[in-house]
Structure formats: C-alpha cells, structure tokens
Design a protein around this ligand. Structure first.
Ligand code: ATP
Ligand code: MG
Length: 494
C-alpha cells in the first residue's frame, strides 16, 4: 500500500477484523468491512468532486459515523480533513471555511453557513445516495507521515480558534503515546462522548480504538443522561472527558445509582482536574487517569497513570513516551523543582505549525522546534508535572501572581461547590482581585463570606476571591471547557 497515512487504516482493519464492530451510533452498528466499503465509495465521490492530494474537505455537524467516513475518505486521497465546531455562528464557520480553503463541505442539516463552497453535501438521504453511487474500487495514492492530515481548530478558550495542522505522523505518534499509557484493547468499548471536532475525542478515543480494532460508541452530543444510559447499555469500558463532563456526571441525581460496572478506565483532561473530583470517582472504585495536552500536540503531552492518581493527586503526570516536555524560565533554562515556568514540548506528535499563519507559527516555536504551550507548570522532585494555569488566566493582586486554577481546586473541596471558575477583575486598590462564579450543588447555598472563610484555611489571603456570583451555568467552548475569556469580557466587568 502506498498510503502510509490514516487513509490506509480502513483497508488494513477490514483485512484484519472485517466482522468486528467499528462504530455504534444510535441503533446502528457498522463493521470494519462496511467502514472500508463506505469510505472507499465516498473517496470515489470526493475524487469525482475534484479533491486531490493536499485539498481540504470540511465537516460540520454533531458526532456521527459520517464524520469518520468523511475523514478516512479524504485521507484515502491524501486530502486534508477540516472538522468544524458546530456550535460556532455562521460568520465564524464562514471564516474557518475561508481560512482553510475547503472545497468540499459535508454538513448536518440545520447548520448555518453562507460561504460558497464548491461541493456541499447534506447528511441524511443526500449523503447516503451520494455514497451509494460512489465507485467501490479501492484508491491508493502515495501519502507520507509528514503529509498534513487535518487542520484542527483549537478550542477558542483564550480567543479566536487557531488552525493547528496535524500530519499523519503527528496523529499516529499520539496513538502510540496513548497506547503506552492506556491499555486500549481489541475488545475495548470506547464511549466517544466529547465532540469529534476536538482533538481529544478524535485522537485519544476514536482513532486509538480503531487502530486496535475496538468499538467506538459514538454519542451524537453530550448529555449526562445519555452518557449514563450508554455506559450501562453498551457496557462501555473506557471514556475520555473534559473536567466539566466528569463534574456534571458526579453532581447528577443519577450518579449514586448509575451502573458503571463495565468501566475499566476513565481519563480526564483538557482543563485542570481538581483532586476533589478525582477522589469522587476513586471512592466508587473507578480507575481515573489524567492527561495534559493540546490540539497542537495531537494532543497528549503528559500522562498520569491511574495507579499514581492517589499518590500524585493534582499532578498531570510525566511526559508521554515518545515526547520531550520541559518547564522553562523566560530565558529557556529549565526551572528547578517546584519553580513555575512555561511548558514547552518537542516530539513526533507536535504540529509543524498553524495553517496559513506563519506569524503565529513563528511565535509558537523556539530553537530546536520546541512548541510553547502558554501553560504554566512546575515539575516536582519526582519529575511529575503539575499544571498551574494558563499564562493568560493568571492575574496579579497586590503585586502577587494568582493562579485561578489553584483557587478553584481549593473551592472544589467545599461541599456546596459543584463547579467554579475564578477570574481576575480590575480593582482600584489591589490592581486586580478574584471573582468566583459558582454553580452550587443542588439544595446548597453559598455566600462570599463562607467561601472566603473556607478558602482562608487553605490559601494565602491575597488569593481569596472578593466577589462571588452564583450562576446557573458558565460560558463553555464547543469542547465543553469554561471560557474565561468570555467571563472576563461580559460578566467580569462588574
Ligand atoms: P485556545 O488555544 O483556542 O485558547 P484551548 O487552549 O483550550 O483553546 P485546546 O487545544 O483544546 O484549546 O486545549 C489545550 C489547553 O487545555 C492546554 O493548553 C491547557 O491550558 C488545557 N489543559 C489540557 N489538559 C489539561 C490538564 N490536564 N490540566 C490543566 N490544563 C489542561
Ligand atoms: Mg490553546
């Protein structure tokens, strides 16, 4: 086979495990042989639509097997797959379509976009007819590991999403890195609960499971109830989620009675994982590991084994196997144990750069192709990384640096706190002070006095929030992360 990239995977898997189930979506199961047949036909149609090596094919819609089919079909032709965040507004979608230069768009009905893309296919009957009429002859074009596979837009937590180019090699090396840490097996039943346009759902869950010949249970969209239902019905063994998802499960009235007996391992990442949350899961006997990573690193950079999560609570673990991770001062020398610095990452999973954005690419790398994460961490005496916060979320109160993630982790220990986000807001005396936004546990109340008294036993005085807002919900990205930039822009201006 000439195709060394992901485009070769359906054929290779169909040869190895044709009858095993690749995907479950609602009531429909798709075998590996069917995935190969369907993606081959789809690739035939994309080729007829003019897609050649290096061309971009976009996908807009909730999680669906068609997402994966469109991706593999694009990769069969050496094309570049561009999944879009379906929660964006039409002008934002148009911006990403224009920025990526997509010539084909496969989309779920109901999503608004205005830009004229050459070929547009709607999911449903149109998509199925299109696919049925496709040429079933396998396509094999030369694709190398250094060829671009995807443009994945970052979550947009700190500003406008950036399009990280990921090569086939980047994606595959991340799968290897993950498989060294998590024993994804051929009989794995992986719940794909996070949105697939986000790197974690795609490359920590679906692709490693596909590589091993396991089954991915694809959730169309995230909901606590559907998650509990699917885990029990499908006997889910492994699931990745961002912190907010695990927090939502744990505060659900169904938590106590939920059947989680099939689950072998859970993995959290994408944002700080408070130790109190990890304990909630461990108290139920669940294996809970943590990963730290970014879209730009496809995504895994460090990993904390489940067995370490008690001894090393609060740590994001050690560098993944094939990747170098350092914590450095502004002059790029390594920090001492316990000293905060910026996380920089180098390795075969690191993006070659941002799509069509040489300036942002130049800013993100230093000598030796070290990628600058924008995250602050410290390394402890055992070499374990502790992610402190994002550089952009830190604020300064009375001349002292405050890392909101530290304040949040302490606040999570309060029984009335179900979810919390802290930001710095302007203050005439101190420069900035903390403002906490809290979703309370059902039936509990909280005042700023109580919160401050509770935190005062755990944190220095200058870190205590001065304002408290009890809220029903928080602004979130499409990948379910709390968007502090939006909190700052809107609510934060008190
Ligand atoms: P944008 O770059 O558009 O602002 P984003 O950084 O949230 O959005 P992602 O690539 O999805 O986009 O997320 C990577 C970021 O998530 C990391 O830079 C880090 O801040 C955070 N993160 C990921 N895993 C962890 C973790 N285990 N602990 C703390 N933070 C984490
Ligand atoms: Mg980022």
């Amino acid at each position: 086979m000439l195709n060394a990239g992901l485009g070769g995977w359906p054929a290779r898997r169909a040869a190895m495990s044709p009858d095993r189930t690749a995907f479950v979506f609602r009531d429909r199961a798709t075998t590996y042989a069917e995935v190969f047949d369907r993606t081959t036909r789809l690739a035939g149609q994309l080729r007829a639509a003019g897609v050649r090596k290096g061309d971009r094919v976009a996908y807009l819609g909730q999680n669906h097997p068609a997402f994966v089919e469109t991706m593999f079909a694009t990769h069969m032709l050496g094309g570049i797959f561009v999944p879009l965040n379906f929660r964006l507004a039409a002008p934002e979608i148009d911006h990403l379509l224009a920025h990526s230069g997509a010539t084909v768009l496969v989309h779920a009905p109901g999503h608004a976009f205005g830009r004229a893309v050459r070929t547009v296919v709607a999911l449903g009957p149109d998509y199925e007819d299109w696919l049925d009429a496709g040429d079933p002859t396998p396509i094999d074009v030369p694709v190398g590991l250094d060829d671009a596979a995807c443009v994945l837009y970052t979550s947009g937590t700190t500003g406008r999403p950036k399009g990280a180019t990921l090569t086939h090699g980047n994606l595959i090396w991340n799968c290897y890195n993950l498989l060294v840490g998590v024993d994804v097996a051929a009989d794995e039943v992986t719940l794909v609960s996070a949105p697939l346009f986000h790197v974690a759902a795609l490359n920590q869950c679906l692709l490693p499971t596909f590589l091993k010949g396991g089954c991915s249970v694809i959730m169309p969209s995230w909901s606590v109830d559907a998650c509990f239902d699917l885990i029990a019905e499908r006997r889910v063994t492994w699931m990745f989620g961002v912190t907010t998802m695990f927090a939502a499960l744990a505060r659900s009235p169904r938590w106590a009675g939920a059947d989680l007996s099939s689950v072998r391992c859970l993995m959290a990442g994408g944002a700080a994982v408070p130790p109190a949350l990890i304990h909630t899961y461990q108290e139920r006997g669940l294996t809970f590991c943590q990963g730290y990573g970014l879209t730009e690193t496809a995504p895994g950079a460090t990993f904390l084994e489940a067995g370490e999560s008690e001894r090393k609570a609060g740590s994001a673990g050690v560098p993944v196997f094939f990747t170098n991770v350092r914590c450095v001062r502004p002059d790029l020398t390594d920090t001492s144990p316990g000293e905060p610095g910026e996380v920089i990452i180098q390795g075969p999973n690191v993006t070659p750069g941002y799509w069509n954005d040489p300036d942002a690419t130049a800013r993100a790398f230093s000598e030796g192709r070290w990628f600058h994460s924008g995250d602050i961490a410290y390394v402890d005496a055992d070499g374990h990384f502790h992610i402190v916060d994002r550089v952009k979320d830190m604020y300064i109160s009375g001349g002292e640096n405050v890392y909101p993630a530290e304040v949040e982790a302490a606040a999570y220990e309060h029984p009335a706190v179900a979810e919390v986000a802290v930001i710095g807001v302007p203050d005439a005396t101190w420069g900035e002070v903390g403002r906490a936004f809290v979703i309370t546990t059902p039936g509990r109340e909280l005042t700023i006095g109580e919160l401050r008294a509770f935190l005062a036993e755990r944190l220095a005085r200058y870190k205590l929030p001065v304002y408290l807002d009890i809220v029903d919900d928080l602004p979130r990205t499409g990948s379910n992360k709390i968007q502090k930039s939006r909190l700052r822009d809107t609510l934060g201006r008190a």
